[in-house]
Structure formats: structure tokens, C-alpha cells
Design a protein around this ligand. Structure first.
Ligand SMILES: [Zn+2]
Length: 298
């Protein structure tokens, strides 16, 4: 066989765009986008996904091949879609984190199919249409109408504010707040879990959850930033008890979970200081600091 024939590579990957294309939305998962692209062209999504995967180099859709068949440039797909980078390749993870975007926002853009997006945790409501798009929102049918629930809309704004003020610590504090609420209301452990809860359950508890998390986040900052056994520390702890008792009078006598939480904060604060109250050297506090969200670190 002549050498020039032996080195010619067989055509690899798609060469032309599909007849119909769809627009990728910001934060949409690749899985969702390929599904919509397949449906628009009357193709089987699983087969299209396999077709876009170069099995010789990996097991995930290739961005440049997706760009060819969708007729959108690679940089646009990378900027808008979740799942084209190594971190987010996992299809199971994409589906676990994805929630359908507001059906009315999509309809306004002429899209009638669900568009699954990987939203940040604090984005729970479409304020344009007063629809729930938060935890428990697994299909567009779960997008409850919130026009008669102003407390939930206010809580959603409070959630965004919490995230702006406390960054990643906001979600940690929300987990702690949901644990305390479950204790108070004696509800099962899966209730208020962002992964397993149902939309109605989460919406009902949402205003309490955000209010309690906001108090805990601010209280945590006050406790961690005051020396132990000082008037300032006592005032910080009193501030937490007073705010919680005022906002949640029904649970005024059930202080055990709150006392535990304050005890944890004291331990964390102590692990960051020496006996004389001065901050420990960095190497001694490394492990403690790894447990503390960055916004609480001095
Ligand atoms: Zn909307």
C-alpha cells in the first residue's frame, strides 16, 4: 500500500450543522441542550449524545463537534453551557443539580420545551413572573405561582442578600438553619433537603428558613469576631437568643438546638485563638480554618 494512502485519516466527527438549531441559554446543562437539539431535529437524544462523543479520546460530548452541528461557535457554547469542562462533565451531576428555568421566561423566548439549568442555590424565584424555581422544582409543573405568597418572594430576596453578604457561608448556614427547624418541628431528616424535598414543603418553610439563616449568619460573625469570656462575646450570644426568640416565639422554650449551635461556634472561635486570646499561628489554625467559610476568617 502506498505510504500516502496509509496516512490519510478517515473523516472524524460531524461536518455540517443539523437542519434546525436551538439557542443555548446561560447556565443550561449540556445534557439539556443536546436533548432540545435532538428533539428539534426529530433525533433520539441518547444517539445524538453518543454521536457527539469521540470514544477514542473520552466519553463526553466534544465541544467542537457540538459547535458544528448546532451552528454556534465554541466560545459561545462554553460561555453559556454547564458541562463542557472537566469539573461538570458528569451527566448524573448535571441532572442532579439542574432545575427547569421559568416556563414563562422560556415561552417569551419561543421555547416550549423544559430548559434545565444549573442555577446557584440562592436563585429560587423568577421575580418577573413570581414563579418558584428553587428546590423541589424537578419539572415545570413544580413551578408554583407565588403571586399570593409575598412572604416567599421576600424570603427569596433575603436569600440573595444573604448570599451577597456571606458568600459560600450562606449555604452552610442554611443547612444549619434547616437542621434547627427540623428539630423544632420534629420533621424527618430528608425534609428541607435541597436534593430530596418536595416544592410545597420547601416553599412553606422557606420564609422561616431564610430568616433563621440570616440571624445565624450574622450571629456567627459576631461570635467569631469577639474574644471568649468578654462582655462583647456575651452580647453577641444574647443578640442571637433575642433575635431568635423574637422571630420564633413558638420555639422560645426549645433552646437546645440553638445552644448546641452556639456551643459549636464557641469551639470554632476557640480553635482560632490561643489561651491569651491572640490568634493562633496560621499552621495551628489551618484545620480549623478549613471548616470555616472564608467570609468569617479574619
Ligand atoms: Zn419567569
Amino acid at each position: 500500500m502506498p505510504a500516502e494512502i496509509a496516512t490519510v485519516a478517515w473523516p472524524h466527527g460531524p461536518a455540517v450543522a443539523l437542519p434546525r438549531t436551538v439557542v443555548p441559554f446561560h447556565r443550561e446543562t449540556v445534557a439539556s441542550y443536546i436533548d432540545r437539539l435532538a428533539h428539534a431535529n426529530y433525533l433520539d437524544p441518547t444517539r445524538l449524545r453518543r454521536y457527539l462523543t469521540d470514544t477514542g479520546t473520552g466519553c463526553h460530548p466534544q465541544a467542537d463537534w457540538l459547535a458544528i452541528i448546532s451552528a454556534h461557535p465554541v466560545h459561545l457554547l462554553r460561555a453559556r453551557l454547564i458541562g463542557l469542562t472537566e469539573r461538570d462533565h458528569d451527566l448524573g451531576r448535571q441532572r442532579h443539580h439542574a432545575r427547569p428555568a421559568c416556563r414563562f421566561c422560556m415561552a417569551r423566548r419561543g421555547v416550549t420545551e423544559p430548559v434545565y439549568c444549573w442555577f446557584p442555590d440562592h436563585l429560587t424565584v423568577c421575580h418577573h413572573h413570581s414563579r418558584w424555581i428553587g428546590p423541589g422544582n424537578r419539572s415545570v409543573d413544580d413551578q408554583r405561582d407565588l403571586r399570593g405568597a409575598p412572604a416567599v418572594l421576600t424570603a427569596a430576596r433575603g436569600h440573595a442578600r444573604l448570599h451577597r453578604s456571606h458568600g459560600d457561608a450562606a449555604e452552610v448556614t442554611l443547612t444549619e438553619a434547616s437542621r434547627i427547624l427540623r428539630w423544632w418541628t420534629a420533621t424527618p431528616s430528608h425534609t428541607l433537603s435541597t436534593a430530596t424535598t418536595c416544592a410545597d414543603t420547601y416553599i412553606r418553610a422557606y420564609p422561616d428558613l431564610i430568616d433563621l439563616a440570616s440571624i445565624l449568619a450574622e450571629g456567627s460573625r459576631k461570635i467569631l469576631n469577639t474574644p471568649a469570656a468578654t462582655l462583647a462575646r456575651h452580647r453577641a450570644i444574647d443578640w442571637v437568643y433575642t433575635r431568635v426568640a423574637t422571630r420564633f416565639p413558638d420555639y422560645r422554650t426549645r433552646r437546645q438546638p440553638l445552644e448546641q449551635w452556639i456551643g459549636d461556634r464557641r469551639i470554632v472561635a476557640a480553635s482560632m485563638c490561643q489561651s491569651d486570646g491572640r490568634p493562633r499561628p496560621a499552621f495551628q489554625t489551618r484545620l480549623a480554618r478549613q471548616r470555616i467559610p472564608s467570609c468569617y476568617r479574619k
